[in-house]
Write a protein that binds this ligand. Sequence first.
Ligand code: F3S
Length: 424
Amino acid sequence: MKLTDDERAMLDGREGRTRQKAIELLINYGTALGAESLVDTNNVGGYMIADRAGYQQFGGDFDALFSQMCLDSEERLEFPKVKAFSCQFETDMDPELCEIEGKDDEDYKRFKKNEEWLAKTGIQLMCTCTPYLVGNVPVKGEHCAWMESSAVVYINSVLGARTNCEGNASATAAMLTGKTPYWGFHTDEHRLGTHLINVETDVRGSMEWGLLGYYIGKVVGEKIPVIYGVKTTPIRDDLKQFGAATASSGGVEMYHIPGITADAHTVEEAFGGKKPLYSLKYGPVERKYAYEQLNLIGGNTDVDFVMFGCPHNSIQEIREICGLIEGKRIKDGVNLWILTPRSIKDLANRNGYAKIINDFGGILMADTCPALGRLMPKGTKVMATNSAKQAHYLPSMMGIEAWYGTTADCVNSAITGRWEGKLK
Ligand code: F3S
């Protein structure tokens, strides 16, 4: 691999042992992928969470723990301040809600010490899978190194930033060095469309975008769909749901909606002048199929858990939920959790939404989610959600049934305790 002078200096150990190990890791990783060089990055997102078992195993020594977990090193490395602007994605708990989450004092102390360690190394404690909702909005062409599939597909496609879906080790090494291998979505040729999707039905609102995304992920897998024929302009939160759904049923990390997403104005541009590998359609039959697939695990209509906020909710989404629940009350025995970044939770507190949610009997939760924290109200059997991603993953992860529908369907099930959602 061709190295620049500053990369060579790190490799020679002139910036300390930890950066040396980090750049070695990136060179090995990049070489295995066929990258011929590294590229500068000043925007990295990763997960550096010490779970309870790891925290105990390493006696609370985060340097030792993250050396092994995030740099694949048996040697204990001391972590210097990160070089790249770096942010923490979600964690495994909201420290303000320990009791509800079934966490004890030891978990709380572990969380706080983890937080202190992250702050000491200069990692921004955004603690969300949607950093782009709270100030980290990369621009078109910016080279990033992010983990988290829903965030990766969003910034590649909607914003036109450039990132592969990193793992723990490559993201941590990128934080420490300000470098990432130059391959995959960093290069022009790997961003071109492969599959043309002709949309022949109305797609309007977040649930419909979730269905479209879920269908596309199923049929294209890890390829790059180009979506043509959508008649209405989606809002940011529609695209947030859409991308998360494509990355759940498939492994989509990039898509184009010419004229709307960042890279291409036309279908021709999205394919780089080449012919699509496949042309597929999305009409009423495909829409129905996606809905049925997402509701395959729902049999029992007695709902006891309603969940919003995967990916983490924006203030607009919280506003919509509050409009539906204000002045009403959740049914006894049903739990409602709304997940959002902490700074949006603070905003919701300031503008009265947190009170509306509380008066309804719901919980506004930050920093985490059921899938990442393995969290759920005790005894949950049947969940309702407007998130295709959670409807896809949680049943198998947590052994529950799930219903997928509109925000209004889910709110209705919180009020009545019954699922009455239908595809209209
Ligand atoms: Fe975010 Fe958790 Fe969903 S990390 S995308 S809320 S599974």
